[in-house]
Design a protein around this ligand. Structure first.
Ligand code: MN
Length: 433
């Protein structure tokens, strides 16, 4: 045992009336809602990078957080893993997620990076045998080191492409070894700073082939999890190629991967793209590529990616409504890709950030499930399209413009507009939230 979280008890469900800070008010993992427990619905995951590797910097200032495991040695990486598993136990977290760079010290070359990764993955594997926490997904950090300043798969330098492909191979091996349920690619610097030096065609071809290789390797090693892409429109790059769900779907179609790759959707990235979270979720479900979510918000005023813990039940309820309409998570889950504020220095802050976020998500999931179970909203959605249930209306889709014109003349079709009922639907929604 380390003493980092000394004095902090395991968090248990005590109900909405409790005044104990270190308790869940709404997240009762065993509570059954719409046929599954809340733990099975929500599938919470802790992010290694923000919780254990982030030093508290922002664009105007450096490190504020001082952790006893900060430093680039294997012993400190093991200490970090010890603390991580203590936090997973305190929160009863069912899953965690990692990048290679979060868990291992940076080596002097590729071989040392791979050795360091293997050592720490073996160490984490041992810790997992004594823990209930599983791996939701693994990923490679192909954006922090200076070698990635012009991208990874889309870097103009083929040696960076090679380094990136080799690194992803080692991270997929690590994810398989730890029983990960998904493998994620976030193209942090797959984009451009200026079109004046960028060949869009060549960069897209390289990114497409890179992703095909990831899928080929998944099948080669027998990895059963899902491959997920995380869309984001910009920041750090001026323009990122995985802009949003619609853009990623077009990319997958272009390279024949729409049946192989799904999306990990983050609320903050949806907001940066000018969408709502629920829009991105609903579109992914509609396209058959919904995979998992990163549960972290942006600040609506600051205009950049602040990665904050969720605090709004009504917003998250809209998100989980779409998750439930999509049939819920299969391999995916709710990953807190969220960081405490840089003034939140205490170990307690890290725990309570997750406790509050898990409660927000539980309240939201329960509200969404109640609205779906009520059925009123879905009945009105179906009623709005009821005209299309007739054989005549369906036949029109197999017809042609000239025949439809003849039909409109013959029948004297003259459509009468009908209410969209938005405010009535919003009132109905608010009964549950
Ligand atoms: Mn994310």
């Amino acid at each position: 045992m380390t003493d980092f979280f000394k004095g902090i008890p395991q968090i248990r469900y005590e109900g909405p009336q409790t005044t104990n800070e270190f308790a869940f008010r709404h997240y009762n993992p065993e509570e059954v809602v719409a046929g599954k427990t809340l733990a099975e619905h929500l599938r919470f995951a802790i992010a290694w990078w923000h919780s254990f590797a982030w030093p508290g910097g922002d664009p105007f200032g450096g490190q504020t957080l001082q952790r006893p495991w900060f430093g680039d040695t294997l012993d400190l990486a093991k200490l970090k893993a010890d603390v991580a598993f203590e936090m997973f136990d305190i929160l009863q977290a069912p899953f965690f997620c990692f990048h290679d760079a979060d868990i291992r010290p940076e080596g002097k070359d590729f071989a040392e990076n791979t050795r360091n990764l293997k050592t720490i993955v073996d160490y984490i594997g041992e810790k997992m045998t004594g823990s209930n926490t599983k791996l939701l997904w693994g990923t490679a950090n192909l954006f922090s080191h200076r070698r990635f300043m012009s991208g990874a798969a889309t870097n103009p330098d083929p040696e960076v492409f090679a380094w990136s492909a080799a690194t992803v191979k080692t991270c997929m091996d690590a994810t398989l070894q730890l029983g990960g349920q998904n493998y994620v690619l976030w193209g942090g610097r797959e984009g451009y700073e200026t079109l004046l030096n960028t060949d869009l065609t060549q960069e897209a071809e390289h990114a497409g082939r890179f992703l095909q290789m990831v899928v080929e390797y998944k099948h080669k090693i027998g990895f059963k999890g899902a491959i997920l892409i995380e869309p984001k429109p910009q920041e750090p790059s001026k323009h990122q190629y995985d802009y949003d769900v619609a853009t990623v779907y077009g990319f997958l179609k272009r390279f024949g991967l729409e049946g192989e790759v799904k999306v990990n959707i983050e609320q903050g990235h949806a907001i940066l793209a000018g969408h709502s979270f629920e829009h991105e979720l609903a579109l992914a479900a509609s396209l058959g590529i919904f995979g998992s979510i990163d549960m972290n918000r942006n600040d609506y005023q600051s205009g950049w990616d602040t990665d904050q813990f969720p605090d709004s039940v009504p917003e998250m309820a809209r998100a989980y409504y779409e998750v439930l309409r999509a049939g819920g998570f299969t391999t995916g889950g709710t990953n807190f890709d969220a960081k405490i504020r840089r003034q939140s220095l205490d170990p307690e802050d890290l725990i309570l950030a997750h406790v509050g976020a898990m409660d927000v998500c539980a309240r939201a999931l329960k509200a969404a499930a109640a609205a779906l179970e009520d059925g009123g909203l879905e009945a009105q959605r179906r009623a709005r399209y009821a005209g299309w249930e007739t054989a005549e209306a369906k036949a029109m889709l197999g017809s042609d413009l000239a025949s439809i014109e003849a039909m409109v003349r013959e029948k004297g079709i003259n459509p009468e507009p009908r209410s969209g009922r938005q405010e009535r639907l919003e009132n109905l929604w608010n009964r549950f939230v």
